[in-house]
Design a binder for this molecule. Structure first.
Ligand code: ZN
Length: 496
């Protein structure tokens, strides 16, 4: 038998299969054919000597963005450089994500949610490059909610996203969206907050109360809800958040990021920033929650603007950032340094009494923004001793794959997809990335093109219509529909 490719003597970190050792890895037809201490070089058409390198399953970024303002063209290359082989756009719309992926894909696997958000005000239905407006008011009726959920699935999304912290819906509408999405077996992502709460601990309490064993929810970037808005001490908020998530058990899956930067839509409508979080962030920095306040915040270096630079966007502030934001008529991605490293560290490392992580996974919330730092900052946390390299790969690759029901990703057991990141531990970055056994990124140069698009049965035609190759996701295997202890096989019982 001749394997297509043999990776020789790499240090493999594959927590789901309990491997943390120097091995040879044989790849055939895009999948892992064999992992053993030594496999004969005669058995492969090509070999790659990876002595001294660490290899791991490619990162699965369960929450990123390609449509949050201009610059989405670069997101796919930026993700590949960060060692990400699979990524989900957590806003959509799926059609726009697909258009970007078809033209600018880097060979990595992409999927999308469909955001269900209200308009900024009466008569405002602006379609910006940012998250799309679906409802005319914050309390849509059941028919409108059903139509929104179904439209997303028919257009290729794997589920729904509520951006409550940015664009609040009433609690009852929020719960109805969750129910209608779960009733269709689709993925349910929730950035906490409703008209009654916000993107804070109160929103997190409310969101957890909406989850149930038969109505599981993915809660986004937990640490961004912990900024001391509800309790005087944000560390007390973090402690309560960990208790809430532990008590919720399998009813909630969640992620957190490893950056201080939170991405937001910079669009203003009628002199007011469209996103409630932008308004809150401006107030937190001592600025007026208006378009003028945002202009001043950019000018003075508090707010950064995401500016396209070829296939690697950059964050720019001051006059240069202002000129770009104005030139885009305010419709650009922006970021504030308003998440905290201490609460971020707690969310990244805290464990449940049973040994599992409290927050399920690490995700970037970046993509087109230059904060794809899960591997880079995660390796610093390993050096710091906050967790092990196995923990990092568990939270950055395996757990998010399980969240999504991607049983052939996030680990490198026999038959798994040969999505592999080669890690340079000294430089704390991804040196090379393979997807299905093909090199898509090497030393910062992105070679890959196109890529598969994850969808459900309902979205296959929409993906094909967009000229992409669909990969149907079996969401019954997602943690939203089958908890850690309801799965058998690879990694089901592994605790690290
Ligand atoms: Zn996001």
């Amino acid at each position: 038998m001749a394997y297509d490719l043999l990776l020789k003597q790499a240090h493999l970190v594959d927590p789901a299969n309990r491997v943390n050792d120097t091995v040879d890895i044989a790849i055939e037809n895009g999948r892992i054919a064999r992992v053993d201490p030594v496999i004969s070089s005669q058995s492969a058409e090509r070999t790659w000597d990876l002595r001294g390198a660490v290899v791991a399953p490619g990162l699965v970024d369960g929450h990123m963005h390609t449509t949050l303002g201009p610059g989405g063209e670069a997101a796919f290359a930026m993700l590949a450089r960060a060692g990400v082989s699979t990524a989900i756009d957590f806003a959509g719309p799926p059609k726009l994500v697909m258009e970007l992926a078809r033209k600018h894909g880097s060979g990595i696997t992409i999927g999308s949610l469909q955001v269900l958000r209200p308009s900024a005000g009466p008569g405002e239905h602006a379609f910006s490059s940012g998250p799309e407006t679906i409802f005319s008011d914050p309390d849509p009726d059941l028919a409108a909610i059903r139509a929104g959920v179904e439209r997303g699935l028919d257009e290729g999304a794997i589920g729904s996203k509520i951006l409550g912290g940015h664009f609040a819906l009433t609690p009852s509408a929020t719960l109805r969206i969750i129910e209608e999405t779960v009733a269709r077996g689709a993925y349910m992502g929730f950035h906490v907050g409703t008209t009654e709460t916000g993107s804070n601990l109160a929103g997190l309490r409310e969101a957890v109360s909406m989850a149930a064993p038969n109505r599981r929810i993915h809660l986004c970037h937990i640490s961004s809800a912990l900024r001391g808005q509800i309790l005087p001490n944000r560390l007390h908020e973090a402690a309560e958040a960990m208790d809430l998530l532990n008590a919720a058990g399998d009813s909630v899956v969640s992620e957190s990021f490893l950056t201080r930067w939170s991405p937001d839509p910079g669009k203003c409508i009628g002199g007011i920033p469209d996103s409630a979080i932008v308004r809150t962030s401006l107030r937190a920095g001592g600025y007026e929650p208006t378009e003028d306040g945002l202009e001043l915040a950019i000018r003075e270096g508090y707010t950064y603007v995401n500016v396209p630079r070829g296939d690697n966007n950059v964050a720019v502030t001051g006059e240069e950032g202002l000129v770009y934001w104005r030139g885009m008529d305010t419709d650009a991605g922006i970021a504030f340094p308003i998440s905290y490293a201490d609460t971020g560290l707690i969310c990244a490392t805290n464990k449940r009494p049973d040994g599992r992580f409290t927050v399920t996974a690490l995700a970037s919330d970046a993509g087109l923004l230059p904060y794809n730092v899960t591997l880079n900052h995660g390796l610093s946390l390993v050096e710091f001793g906050a967790f092990t390299l196995s923990d990092l790969i568990w939270k950055g690759s395996y757990a998010p794959a399980r969240m999504l029901g991607l049983t052939a990703k996030g680990h490198l057991g026999e038959g798994a997809d040969a999505d592999i990141v080669v890690i340079d531990r000294d430089r704390k970055e991804a040196a090379h990335l393979l997807v299905a056994g093909e090199l898509v990124m090497s030393n910062g140069m992105v070679i890959g093109r196109g890529g598969r698009f994850l969808t459900t049965d309902r979205g296959v035609e929409a993906v094909k219509t967009q000229g992409l190759e669909p990969q149907v996701l079996d969401l019954t295997r997602s943690l939203l529909y089958r908890g850690w202890n309801e799965e058998s096989g690879v990694g089901s019982q592994a605790l690290f």
